[in-house]
Design a protein around this ligand. Sequence first.
Ligand code: MRU
Length: 362
Amino acid sequence: MKIDGVSYRSVWVDREDGWSVRIFDQTRLPWAIEILRLVDEDQAAQAIRSMQTRGAPLIGAVAAYGVALAMRRDASTARLDHVVEMLGKTRPTAINLHWALQRIRAALHNLPAADRVAAAYAEAAAICDDDVETCRKIGEHGLPLLQEIAGRKGRVNVLTHCNAGWLATVDYGTALSPIFQAHDLGLDVHVWVDETRPRNQGAALTAFELGKHGVRHTVVADNAGGHLMQHGKVDICIVGTDRVTRQGDVANKIGTYLKALAARDNGVPFWVALPHSTLDMQVRDGVAEIPIEERADAEVTDLTGRTADGRIETIRVVAEGSPAANPAFDVTPSRLVTGLITERGRTEASEAGIAALYPEKV
Ligand code: MRU
């Protein structure tokens, strides 16, 4: 995707030195575009933990490069196993992290240590290329949903939650991919962007991406979605996801479940966009079985923003002394999901629907 006319992916190998890894510092967006340089696996792990890099597909890609960085210093099997385990513990909910780590581990494991550095960079690059093509196809398969609405009523109002755009993937995004494509084709698309407290990925990142691409959008408080749906202002909800189970339950950013409930009550279609790497066929009942990340209280008690004179500052918004809780994800049961948009097409959020698209995973 482009920022001010310059094409970027959200992770890449430094073009000058050919080995260090570059990412955007997403904690500085949208106020500042800062590019970080990762030189070892510990920096990759810290960037994932601190959410300088985030989004289910992207953390998998960055973790894969973390393995490549580790192999430069020590390409032994013991080191490979250790670094895969260490990076796998950085965040618990998005399954893409484990998918990418297992993929790169499998690619390296049977190779002689001398071949592992080159193979690790090649595999990490292949994971990135796979994600780019997958997300592009998700856009193609989601596009007809928006075209159908546009054909019926002209303007299309989409509601989305969190950030599932190109910053959450390597390029294009998942939930936003059909929206970018629809906009590029000239459809009249408008996006309601949930701010997505506590970390405001909607207000800070989705709004930034849509704005840079010229897509009309309006940021709303998380609590506004139900009201907008009741008043006919949302034609379709499209969200991304961090893990989809065998039976089609969907883990996504906290607050997604409430949007799905409101959508069901108001007859608004609720679609979930995902790449193959987000499917977890080992898990059936998402509510019971998906580990939900608990993050620091400070993400709830404090807010970060830019002051009028341009400083980026953090302030406390909760009464002094009040404790906070911060579950970062929730699970939307498959019965509330209209369907899944994947790189292989659209399907119902059910075991049969998923098996029909991914027979090799059953
Ligand atoms: O905690 P984050 O910001 O890494 O969570 C990411 C999300 O929940 C996104 O909304 C998303 O849909 C998954 S990434 C395409």
